[in-house]
Design a protein around this ligand. Structure first.
Ligand SMILES: Cc1cc2nc3c(=O)[nH]c(=O)nc-3n(C[C@H](O)[C@H](O)[C@H](O)COP(=O)(O)OP(=O)(O)OC[C@H]3O[C@@H](n4cnc5c(N)ncnc54)[C@H](O)[C@@H]3O)c2cc1C
Length: 396
């Protein structure tokens, strides 16, 4: 029987397994999953689940019975330790070997450790267990210091502040989210957080995590009952590299998510995929990329014609700010706005040579599709009409 093996029981892996069955694949589907939990979605871990506003049952990708019902052999708590491409086998941590005909690497990413003394005292947020540990820490209250004002850092800061903790976010860049959004929009997020009493220490870094405090590079010591590190994540590409696959910040794959080995594919956070829309490789660490990339890879494994050219998409909720972000700000030369930034109800557009390359709708809904159409079109836009709320985006 033909066997398709998926390494990684996250959203990308689970959705790939689902697609294999939906597309009529009748062979064996094996999912090797390092975690003891069945596949679940991570966004709630820094939002409603962390805030205690939603139940754990809501995080899972499928019901427990789905795996048996669909003949998906889900091996929990087992790590794929090596891919032997010549033998077409995966070595597993339980000492067994799993043969494959085609293989999908959907191993996700791991939080980067704080590169300072005392880092072992810091908490991280990637898994459901991490989220539960943070919830417990926030319930205990006190001073929370967060390293990194990226998405994870800011969402965690909002949850901690809402739980009644005193929160400081330490960020080395001059504003939050500079890498994702550039400095101007980062200030919008900074304003929202400050408005809720979160202290932002930009242009600073944690130099050491001590018992009950952190030492900043500038020499100041901040009280810290809990230290949380949200300084980015690294792709889990070690076994791919060891297997001789082309790897550079993730597994390099083409527009059909196929790696340098035609029988091995990659999807989700670990995939550094060629996106024909941008004409370059992009590694996207967002939920929608796992949701859509897993199924795309599954179809490619089945020999279907696949061109994975989605506009990167991300969403977040922090205090009263809800937003959707589409595109990639790299190389932009201008940011323009439609609506009121002061009232936190606007769409920001990032332009490159007069073309929309990214857009973010803040507390404005049902427009992400139109924003993505503008990005996809890749043609110069009339900025006056783009920024005029009376002109429907669909008319542009
Ligand atoms: C707290 C948090 C909040 C987030 N919020 C948002 C959000 O609001 N919006 C958004 O767009 N994105 C968000 N994201 C990002 C989104 O969750 C990820 O992009 C998504 O989880 C990626 O899915 P994945 O399947 O590629 O990887 P993962 O979800 O990381 O799953 C990979 C799985 O593979 C396992 N694995 C790794 N190596 C092996 C191995 N060798 N053998 C077996 N198993 C292995 C891992 O343990 C893991 O369970 C958030 C992420 C986090 C952590």
């Amino acid at each position: 029987m033909t066997t398709y093996v998926i390494i990684g029981g996250g959203l990308a892996g689970a959705k790939a397994a689902q697609t294999l069955r939906e597309e009529g694949f009748d062979g064996e589907v094996v999912v090797i999953a390092a975690e003891a939990e069945r596949p679940y979605e991570r966004p709630p871990l820094s939002k409603d689940y962390l805030r205690g506003k939603s139940e754990k049952s809501g995080i899972y990708v499928h019901e427990p019975s789905w795996y048996d019902d669909n003949r998906v052999d889900l091996r929990l708590d087992v790590v794929a330790t090596e891919i032997e491409r010549a033998a077409r086998e995966v070595r597993l941590s339980d000492g067994t070997r799993q043969p494959y005909d085609k293989l999908l690497i959907a191993t996700g990413a791991t939080p980067r450790p704080l590169p300072v003394a005392g880092a072992e005292r810091a908490l991280y947020l990637r898994t459901a267990a991490d989220s539960e540990a943070l919830k417990e820490a926030f319930a205990a209250g006190g001073e929370v210091v967060i390293a990194g004002a990226g998405w994870i850092g800011l969402e965690t800061a909002a949850a901690a502040a809402e739980a009644g903790c005193s929160v400081t976010v330490v960020e080395s860049a001059p504003a939050p989210l500079v890498h994702a959004l550039g400095p101007e929009l980062g200030e919008v997020f900074a304003g929202v957080h400050r408005g809720h009493g979160v202290r932002l220490r930009t242009g600073e870094e944690i130099a050491e995590v001590r018992r009950g405090s952190v030492l900043l590079r500038g020499g100041e010591e901040l009280a810290a009952d809990h230290v949380i590190a949200g300084i980015g994540a690294a792709p889990n590409d070690r076994i791919a590299r060891a297997a001789g696959l082309e790897v550079a910040d993730g597994v390099l794959v083409d527009q059909s998510l196929r790696s340098s080995d035609p029988d091995v594919f990659a999807a989700g956070d670990v995939a550094n995929a060629f996106n024909p829309l941008y004409g370059r490789r992009i590694r996207v660490e967002h939920w929608a990329n796992a949701l859509n990339g897993g199924p795309a890879a599954a179809r490619a494994m089945l020999g279907r014609e696949v061109v994975y050219d989605r506009v990167p998409y991300f969403y977040t909720d922090q205090f009263e700010l809800g937003m959707e972000f589409s595109g990639d700000v790299a190389g932009h030369d201008e940011v323009v706005y439609r609506g009121s930034v002061a009232d936190l109800e606007f769409i920001a557009f990032w332009l490159h040579a007069g073309r929309v390359v990214a857009g973010m709708n803040v507390n404005v809904w049902d427009v992400a599709g139109d924003v993505q159409k503008l990005i996809r079109a890749g043609t110069p836009v009339d900025v006056k009409r783009l920024t005029d709320p009376s002109v429907p985006l669909s008319d542009l």
